[in-house]
Design a protein around this ligand. Structure first.
Ligand SMILES: NC(=O)c1ccc[n+]([C@@H]2O[C@H](COP(=O)([O-])OP(=O)(O)OC[C@H]3O[C@@H](n4cnc5c(N)ncnc54)[C@H](O)[C@@H]3O)[C@@H](O)[C@H]2O)c1
Length: 239
């Protein structure tokens, strides 16, 4: 178990989980983040989008990596929508007076909603305790916003818990293969081709982008130009 304090934005939790999974380790990772989400019943942001990450080997090349924020929408997506005068989906945010809004700018001034109401709020709170209270990092809404508060370090906290997948059952990989196979065989809703496990969708996207040598899919070409060509960068490692 590793606890980190005095940290800044560390990017994607799944990146760290993937490294552990490659060594046949199960991993749970928690991090807090600047205020974005209102605790259930509150009209003020306090929790970050506090991602919860769980990684496990699958006995196949594609790891199981559940890496999910506890907010209905990423803050970055709201910022992009606000910049481009676009609306955001209904049901993901409230304006500053507590009314539901699809106006990105009003959402940034108001509060983001957690996933699944009080359940998501509880998960966000759990992450704040594990990554902030426990580690010595900032917590309870005191993590600084890297975009508009330069008064000091963010002091984000992270918690990494990792252990051998075959700790209790020697044939863990065989067991998880059976688990995934059983779930994948379930009858599907119309229009669904495959029941995917978390991480599978992202691996497929990565493979596709790798094939096209497209490493900067998230960037707006008009603003940044074609970074692939400009930098002539190759991806450091094929996974
Ligand atoms: N450092 C920070 O402060 C911070 C804060 C929030 C989010 N993040 C990162 O942002 C990233 C994106 O978060 P997100 O909440 O938008 O993720 P997301 O909603 O794209 O995916 C959440 C999870 O659902 C799985 N998933 C998605 N579609 C699926 C499907 N059709 N079938 C099965 N599984 C599916 C994904 O593999 C993933 O594990 C994460 O890597 C997270 O760590 C970082």
């Amino acid at each position: 178990m590793v606890a980190v304090k005095n940290s800044g934005h560390y990017g994607l939790s799944g990146y760290y989980a993937e490294q552990a999974v490659k060594k046949n380790l199960i991993t749970m990772i928690y991090t807090n983040a600047p205020p974005a989400v209102a605790p259930h019943g509150a009209l003020k942001t306090l929790f970050g989008t506090n991602p919860i990450c769980f990684g496990s080997p699958t006995g196949s090349k594609i790891p199981f990596i559940l890496d999910t924020s506890i907010s209905m929408i990423n803050r970055g997506k709201i910022r992009v929508a606000a910049r481009n005068n676009q609306s955001i989906p209904a049901g993901v945010a409230l304006d500053k007076s507590g009314k539901p809004t699809i106006d990105a700018k009003k959402a940034l001034a108001g509060v983001q909603l957690p996933i699944a109401g009080f359940r998501g709020s509880g998960l966000a709170w759990m992450v704040d305790i594990l990554s902030g209270v426990l580690t010595g990092g900032n917590h309870a809404g005191r993590v600084k916003d890297p975009f508009d508060d330069f008064s000091g370090p963010q002091n984000i906290g992270h918690l990494f818990i990792t252990f051998k997948a075959n700790l209790f059952q020697k044939n863990y990989n065989q067991r998880i293969k059976d688990n995934i196979k059983t779930i994948k065989k379930l009858p599907k809703i119309k229009g669904v081709k495959e029941i995917m496990y978390p991480g599978q969708n992202k691996y497929a996207r990565y493979k596709n982008n790798y094939k096209k040598r497209n490493f900067y899919t998230g960037y707006n070409k008009e603003r940044f130009g074609n970074l692939n060509k400009l930098t002539s960068l190759e991806h450091p490692k094929k996974r």
